[in-house]
Design a protein around this ligand. Structure first.
Ligand code: F6P
Length: 369
């Protein structure tokens, strides 16, 4: 498809929301207007196109300068999102009540054509970007924008949403320090991050945690208990432990809350497990705080806003340059483009030899290993 044929671009936001999505949407709409292109928002991932009957407005909404005014600082996404709408594995309820996963991607491409949408900008994590790559392979012009608070996407220095999540978690740790000291307790703080420990590591170091447990370093609970006992011998009768939801004991498994069809396994529960085991082993009272979805809400930090606005503008420039099947990527001090297929090849986990890990150890922080 020639770049001259672009008249209308569609935006989709998929997977878990992240602070900065609205800033990207605004930047896309305003940049597209500079080219004389119309922008529409597809509701709830691709559901607005796949099940338009579910939406009073038809599932696809026109976005203009007025509809994106004043949204840069707002969390969430004004067009909605879902982690149940993968068009390649779309859940369809059968007459007997069972659910069958159906590939509706050809139909989706057809719906794009019918709606007059010439190109798609998909904002999402690995799942949404994989869908984008799939649609691009079928001929749709697609640009990906990397989004996730987990920061686990490869081929970009950082995803937007991560800085906001880390800032909020750090503030929570500051608050928990005072109550932990006052009550001489162990406070175990569970944070999101899926199978990567980025949020736990960054917030844990910035928020002065004593122990950080991340998926990349399977922990030994006895080693953590020993850290607490050692602190007590020097008069520090409280301990702050940050645990990533995907952390697991050496030789053990991640804690899973459940799995729904068409969705990834739901991680959670490790914080309570760790707190319980530490109380048993040390005799010190412990409490668990699960930050969970609080990390996904709120106003994006100025860092995330700026990255999001730059990503949105760069995504439109990519279309203008005739690119497709690429992801906008942050490569300080600039942004560039990476093939979508490369970006989703592997998950970006914390390198064990990175300087943040090294610095944490230099500061005396334990990883329970
Ligand atoms: O991908 C972001 C994330 O926040 C993960 O850290 C977490 O495991 C997951 O989403 C939870 O998503 P939900 O509760 O929306 O299914």
């Amino acid at each position: 498809m020639s770049i001259r044929t672009i008249r209308k671009i569609g935006i989709s936001t998929g997977g878990g929301d992240a602070p900065g999505l609205n800033a990207v949407i605004r930047a896309i709409v305003l940049s597209a207007l500079q080219h004389g292109w119309e922008t529409v928002g597809i509701r709830d991932g691709f559901n607005g196109l796949l099940t338009p009957e579910d939406y009073p407005d038809g599932g696809v909404i026109t976005l203009n300068a007025k509809s994106v005014a004043g949204i840069t600082h707002l969390g969430g996404t004004i067009i909605g999102t879902t982690n149940r709408g993968d068009p390649t594995r779309f859940p369809v309820i059968q007459s007997d009540g069972t659910v069958l996963e159906v590939d509706r991607s050809d139909e989706l491409i057809q719906r794009f054509t019918e709606a007059g949408i010439d190109a798609l900008i998909t904002l999402g994590g690995d799942g949404s970007l994989a869908i984008g790559a799939h649609l691009a392979a079928k001929g749709l012009r697609v640009i990906g924008v990397p989004k996730t608070i987990d920061n686990d996407l490869d081929k970009t220095f950082m995803t937007f949403g991560f800085d906001t999540a880390v800032s909020f978690a750090t503030e929570c740790l500051d608050r928990l320090h005072t109550t932990a000291t006052s009550h001489r307790r162990i406070m175990v703080v569970e944070v999101m991050g899926r199978y990567a420990g980025w949020i736990a590591l960054h917030a844990g170091v910035a928020g002065n945690a004593d122990v950080i447990l991340i998926p990349e370093v399977p922990y030994d609970i006895e080693k953590v208990a020993e850290v607490i006992r050692a602190r007590e011998r020097t008069g520090r009768l409280y301990t702050i432990v940050v645990v990533a939801e995907g952390a697991k004991p050496a030789g053990g498994a991640v804690s899973v809350l459940g799995k729904t069809m068409g969705q990834a396994e739901k991680l959670g529960g490790i914080g309570e497990k760790v707190a319980h085991e530490l109380q048993e082993r040390t005799g010190r009272e412990s409490r668990t705080v699960v930050l969970g979805h609080l990390l996904r809400g709120g106003s994006p930090t100025s860092f995330d806003r700026l990255v999001a606005l730059r990503f949105g503008a760069a995504a439109v420039r990519a279309l203008d340059e005739g690119l497709s099947s690429v992801m906008v990527s942050l490569d300080p001090p600039t942004v560039r483009y990476e093939p979508l297929r490369e970006a989703i090849r592997r998950m970006k986990t914390v390198p064990l030899d990175c300087d943040t890990m090294e610095s944490a150890r230099d500061l005396g922080i334990s990883f329970g290993d």
